[in-house]
Design a protein around this ligand. Structure first.
Ligand code: ZN
Ligand code: ZN
Length: 415
């Protein structure tokens, strides 16, 4: 056990991940992706998975030092190579009904001093090869979950002035609180949280807004929503009939923006960690859905690489709302990790949209999805634009205006 991490907290995180996150079914196989240092959490996951009736728990590990070794010593061709056979195997497991768990915890700044061009090439090669394995996840064919382990390098990035052990303990505390594990019955906490998210989603789906208007410091933005857009969040139903929570933690409700109907100026409110690099002070101007100018006070090159990845990378594929009072936002901590930072703030995502956020979208050909306004890209990168100064209005088809958020909080109480 790494020093500083409370084994009881780890066990509760493993239990909620298996029972509420994955909702692992008896007889189901579980495939786990994790950093090698997350082994103490994976072992507890295995215990709860077998208690739930798993027929096998199969782990796959990554390791920061080995990733770095590639950047330091591998031949140039290595950055255009990804092991297709490996992703085909994963795809086969999912096709056969396995559930998938991803545990995050790597060093968010691992590649900060490496060639961004190599990082971009490798990420492209992996995205392409991994398609058969990521498609069933993006389509929600099976139950899956993403959660986090407080890796040592990550913890020291979040709490740089603390000793390593203390930093890991503090990050574990943050993960524990953000994942709503406090009190005697975490499963009940999650049931209540899911109900609240569902009430908000139902309200947004009844509103059927044709666009959202954002106003805040450095932001004056209109986002068109396609006909038949669907708000989602919290609990989802997988194609295999299992109700699951894709993210632990989660605070967002989100839908599909229209890839050609975004216009105006928007300013980022938190730094974005992308491929081991930090992009901060982002200002983007959109015209007819496309980012026509984009500036970052820090990490301008990385931002440009990101937006030039492919044709859809400079358009948005997700619009998500998170109240400023969410537990992660209240913590005031920057996690350098999207699973947490996106749940602290209203955000947009450059790139790929989710086919489940448009009516009857799952399984439609990509060209039809694009015609309906759903952006297509190899990337999906969330960036935070929310703050306690952000106001959002919803505009109906007939031009009626409804207050959605005022000063970063829901304007309409649904309790
Ligand atoms: Zn999101
Ligand atoms: Zn996203």
């Amino acid at each position: 056990m790494p020093h500083g991490i409370d084994p009881d907290q780890l066990d509760k995180l493993a239990e909620i991940t298996v029972r509420t996150g994955l909702n692992l079914q008896s007889g189901q196989e579980l495939v786990v992706f994790a950093p090698a240092e997350a082994l103490p959490l994976i072992r507890r996951v295995a215990v709860h998975a077998y208690k739930a009736g798993a027929n096998a728990v199969v782990p796959f590990f990554t390791d920061d030092e080995m990733t770095l070794a590639r950047f330091l010593h591998a031949p140039s061709e290595s950055f255009d190579h990804a092991s297709e056979w490996y992703y085909e195997g994963i795809a086969k497991a999912l096709e056969n009904g396995a559930a998938r768990l991803s545990i995050l915890g790597n060093d968010p700044m691992l590649l900060a001093h490496q060639d961004p061009d190599c990082a971009a090439r490798l990420s492209k090669a992996v995205s392409r090869a991994a398609k058969p394995a990521t498609k069933p996840i993006a389509n929600f064919d099976v139950n899956w979950c993403v959660t986090a382990f407080p890796g040592a390098a990550w913890a020291s990035q979040v709490f740089p002035s603390e000793a390593p052990e203390k930093a890991q303990k503090m990050l574990m505390d943050m993960i524990f609180n953000a994942s709503r594990l406090e009190g005697p019955d975490p499963v009940a906490n999650w049931d209540a949280h899911s109900r609240n998210l569902k009430t908000r989603i139902d309200w947004l789906n009844t509103c059927r807004f044709s666009e959202l208007r954002y106003r805040g410091p450095g932001t004056d933005l209109t986002i068109g929503l396609p006909d038949g857009h669907v708000w989602k969040g919290g609990r989802s139903l997988a194609g295999n009939g299992v109700a699951f929570q894709p993210n632990i933690p989660t605070e967002e409700v989100f839908t599909c923006p229209h890839a050609d109907r975004v216009s105006g100026l928007v300013s980022g409110t938190k730094p974005l960690s992308y491929q081991g690099q930090l992009i901060d002070g982002i200002k983007v101007r959109f015209e007819a859905g496309k980012a026509v100018s984009a500036h970052a006070a820090k990490g301008q090159d990385a931002l440009r690489e990101l937006l030039e990845t492919d044709e859809g990378a400079c358009r948005i594929g997700e619009v998500a709302l998170v109240p400023d009072s969410s537990p992660i936002s209240r913590s005031g901590v920057l996690f350098y990790n999207t699973l947490f930072d996106e749940n602290a703030s209203c955000h947009l995502a450059f790139g790929q949209s989710y086919s489940s956020t448009i009516e009857a979208g799952s399984g439609l050909p990509l060209s039809t999805l694009r015609e309906r306004g759903c952006n297509q890209s190899m990337i999906h990168v969330d960036w935070m634009i929310g703050s306690a100064q952000l106001d959002i209005d919803g505009v109906s088809k007939t031009g009626e205006i409804v207050h959605v958020m005022r000063k970063g909080e829901w304007a309409v109480s649904l309790d």
